[in-house]
Design a protein around this ligand. Structure first.
Ligand SMILES: N[C@@H](CCC(=O)N[C@@H](CS)C(=O)NCC(=O)O)C(=O)O
Length: 206
């Protein structure tokens, strides 16, 4: 049985849990906070959550876990069969993750932990986010899913990135990150209804 390490409020934990649910893979949730203890670093080398354990092998990084899950359980596919279409889904996922999520995350300490971040960090966050959002919008299809007609890995990165990032930006800057990006907001609303995602969100409170 797969073990999923992490805690339910984490967006990346939610993303990986949704993947396991999408794939119908059985798993056990093992509560684990991020940690720099050796015991956890062997599971997740940066001490971040989530990580999974499969037959004694540990695997971290949501993208690596997603690609593994897609190989062991091909249905339903998280990537199109066509190599270039699959690469385009990964390209969009990377921009969402690296140029939106990781940028917004710079202000997470102020948004969620009352630890003020400097004006310099706020300025660079706003400038880099503007660039990142424009990059994502160039690739984002939204008809009806992030990368086009089918649900893919890019939808999972969309949901779990924008739910966290929008909260951070609203709290720290009093702005709606998706203002001017209605196609992303529409996909977010659609994804919230998807059974795997709805289950992850409902179980956050348990
Ligand atoms: N690149 C990682 C990011 C995972 C991540 O940032 N996890 C957060 C929780 S949502 C974490 O463990 N943060 C603690 C830390 O940075 O030490 C992935 O895609 O899985």
């Amino acid at each position: 049985m797969i073990k999923l390490y992490g805690v339910k409020p984490s967006n990346y934990y939610g993303l990986v849990k949704a993947i396991l649910l999408e794939k119908g893979l059985e798993f056990e949730e093992v509560p684990q906070m991020p940690s720099q203890e050796e015991d956890y670093l062997i599971k997740s080398p940066m001490g971040k959550m989530p990580a999974i354990e499969v037959d004694g092998t540990f695997l971290s990084e949501s993208m690596a876990i997603a690609l593994w899950a897609n190989r062991v359980q091909p249905e339903p596919p998280l990537l199109p069969a066509d190599p270039m279409e699959a690469a385009k889904v990964l390209e969009l996922s990377c921009h969402i993750k690296l140029d939106v999520e990781l940028v917004a995350r710079r202000c997470l300490p102020e948004a969620f932990f009352s630890q003020p971040v400097s004006d310099e960090v706020k300025q660079s966050t706003e400038a880099d986010l503007e660039k990142g959002m424009k990059a994502v919008a160039r690739l984002f299809k939204g008809d009806p899913y992030a990368a086009g007609s089918d649900f893919t890995l890019a939808d999972l990165y969309t949901f779990y990135t924008f739910s966290l990032s929008s909260g951070i930006i609203q709290t720290v800057f009093g702005k709606d990150l998706l203002d001017g990006y209605p196609q992303i907001a529409e996909v977010m609303a659609r994804l919230a209804e998807r059974p795997s995602i709805a289950q992850v969100e409902a179980e956050k409170a348990t």
